[in-house]
Design a protein around this ligand. Structure first.
Ligand SMILES: Nc1ncnc2c1ncn2[C@@H]1O[C@@H]2COP(=O)(O)O[C@H]2[C@H]1O
Length: 233
């Protein structure tokens, strides 16, 4: 692995509970790469050769439907392992991973996964925990998509992003990477027009502040009320 900040890597949740020597052994087989904003780390349907950990930046996981529509499956934050479903048995990537900002990524060949998980059970268990919590999040979103009105879905998406990547500022919780209204529409199965209408309405009510590719949640409590459809005004 190229010279990356080792102290930063050793603090990642994925490496907790491993000795410095064990961490070094796992990292020995990793390749570190930089990806400029909007470049792909892997492409949907490409042969799955590696699994990855995001060291710096944010990544969008995007699936393109046969008729060309794009859906944002989720965002990946610093420290997360990804592309791992492929290591666990798939032969192609189910979606594309695209750098939402400039990123630094570690990659391991998939062929090493069974051996790494066997030799370092703590690392294996941390990976399975991540996959498990993603499965839970996916199921939550399936229920949201099939039962909630669009206003609730957009409110839930903003709360999830604020929770996952939020940065506290004087004006509220700022989603810590560039996110457009189109991105929010692709996450919630609606149109740019509807997202723009909702964000403008919430901005007028003082619930959020939105700028170009930026959203800050000013009043998380009221957004929760909207997400749970308890708003009476
Ligand atoms: N059918 C699918 N449609 C959209 N995204 C998917 C699908 N299956 C898996 N993914 C996502 O694609 C991601 C690829 O990296 P991961 O394996 O970490 O996690 C995977 C899921 O988040």
């Amino acid at each position: 692995m190229a010279a990356l900040d080792r102290s930063l890597i050793s603090r990642l949740p994925l490496f907790q509970g491993l000795t410095p020597d064990e961490q070094s052994e796992i990292l020995r087989d990793a390749r570190s790469s930089r990806y400029a904003k909007e470049t792909a780390i892997f492409a949907q349907e490409a042969e799955a050769h590696s699994f990855f950990v995001l060291i710096a930046g944010h990544i969008r996981v995007v699936r393109t439907t046969p008729d060309g529509q794009q859906v944002i499956a989720r965002y990946i934050s610093e420290g997360e392992i990804f592309g791992v479903a492929a290591a666990l048995g798939r032969t192609t990537y189910p979606a594309s991973a695209v750098a939402a900002v400039d990123c630094v990524v570690l990659a391991w060949p998939n062929a090493l996964w069974p051996d790494l998980a066997r030799r370092f059970p703590v690392f294996g268990a941390a990976t399975y925990r991540t996959v498990g919590s993603r499965l839970q999040e996916t199921q939550t979103r399936v229920v949201e998509m099939s039962t909630e009105q669009v206003e609730q879905r957009v409110a839930h998406a903003l709360l999830r992003l604020a929770n996952q990547t939020g940065r506290k500022t004087d004006s509220g919780i700022e989603i810590d990477f560039p996110i457009s209204r189109q991105d929010i529409a692709e996450m919630t199965g609606t149109t740019l027009h509807t997202v723009s209408r909702l964000l403008s309405k919430w901005e007028e009510k003082g619930i959020i502040v939105s700028g170009r590719q930026k959203v800050t949640v000013k009043d998380a409590h009221r957004l929760v009320v909207l997400a749970e459809n308890r708003d009476k005004g």
